[in-house]
Ligand binder design. Sequence first.
Ligand code: 3UK
Length: 507
Amino acid sequence: LPELQYPPRLNCVTELLSSAATDGGRTALCGAQGDWTYAQLRERVDRIAHVLRGPLQLEAGNRVLLRGANTPMMAACILAVMKAGLIAVPTMPLLRARELGKIADKAQINAVLCADSLRAELEAATLPEAARARTLFFGTDGEDALEALMATQPPAFEAVDTAADDVCLISFTSGTTGIPKGTMHFHRDVMVICDCFPRSILQSRPGDIFIGTPPLAFTFGLGGLLLFPLRVGGTAVLLEKLTPETLLKAIETYRATVCFTAPTFYRQMAVLAPQFDLASLQKSVSAGEALPLATRESWRQATGLRMIDGIGATELLHIFISASGEQIRPGATGKPVPGYQACILDFDGNPVGPGVIGRLAVKGPTGCRYLADDRQRDYVLNGWNLTGDAYEMDADGYFYYRSRTDDMIISAGYNIAGPEVEDVLLRHPAVAECGVIGRPDEERGQIVEAHVVLRAGFAASPELVVQLQDFVKEQIAPYKYPRAVKFLKALPRTETGKLQRFKLRDE
Ligand code: 3UK
């Protein structure tokens, strides 16, 4: 088990920028605009920290809204906020003014650091007066440029002496309905996630080069593409607007060793992989939504790599169930990451044994801490975090994802998990992407409805519908077959690669 012992006074950025990477000449971050060494990163972080505490006059505990695509400068801003004893409130690049206004209000922000490319939506948002007055933009040479102020500041900043349990990050869930929930995390939590998954499952090393798609505003990306690389003294490649094709190209160019992205990206990359030299790649991590066995297999065929699946949540900060190498069991997410415990509960909150589907409950060194008025009691029961996922455990303690608890389809009395049907459909040569939902039905309560995106070269037809239905009936219990099949050009997904099932239902 990892020790996870930290001193009572702790600033996570001091640890991250000094521990592994004593060699300042080593490359810390790579971006489209060039590479930064650890020494350069430290200096830029320190100058930004001075800007925050000097010209912007922010005080310990103040909250700074951060906006930007994945770039070294966005990374430096996040680190500077934490090093200066302030609280980082990163926001997803695609959020619109209305959503930004809600987050700014909810998180009670005091200042903003925003990429110039995202200026328009920020300017359209309603922000507290004081925060508006303390807004700087980076990637520009205008009057309100962060870079111009940085140049006037000293190159070294002494980290603010924070407590291990001072909040350093407020991360918002994507919130499919209503207002996103804010989750609070301590300096210690940042160290904890760096010392759990990357060490025990990834076994990251100083030479590792991390690459991938999740935004730094999503804790999957914040950990995988910034905190973990720094903790092990590795290199993070931060690129914006990646597509499956440009990500493959970037893996080749930067000789990346570790890739973080969502299942839908791996599916598309598996098709194109033979056109690229991916020999450098050693680890591929999939998270954000369930990894179908079909995707795991096609990725292995294309690259020879065994995908590392891991379930994480904003509430728990990062991945808490996973497996790698020989420990991988087909169909399972894995076992609790050392440091975490997991069990399955029934709807009364009692533990159930192997082979029974129930609610996933997780306990460990990180956990849910919602901002004041969010529904803490819905997520945490007697110290156990209820993630909202329906899972099943086997006799060896492996955990198998079934569906979100509120997405379980009930048709004519049968419980049907959409992802199981999706996994079968994805094995059909005509299917590129699919999403399976329950559609209200007078007779059966709900019917299974599949939304299918076809691969190039295939066309929708009534015959294909029957083919797909028969294909499902042949491989799993016939009552699970999709009674309705619809063809779409693309599936609705979040910025984090999650299928938006509610949008399929609302159609
Ligand atoms: C689902 C998965 C099956 C699951 C996240 C890695 O996704 C992350 O956080 P979110 O708060 O969503 C959490 C929910 O997403 N999920 C995530 N990973 C998997 N379902 N298999 C998986 N491997 O419903 C979970 O409750 O957006 C992922 C690291 C940090 C994260 N925040």
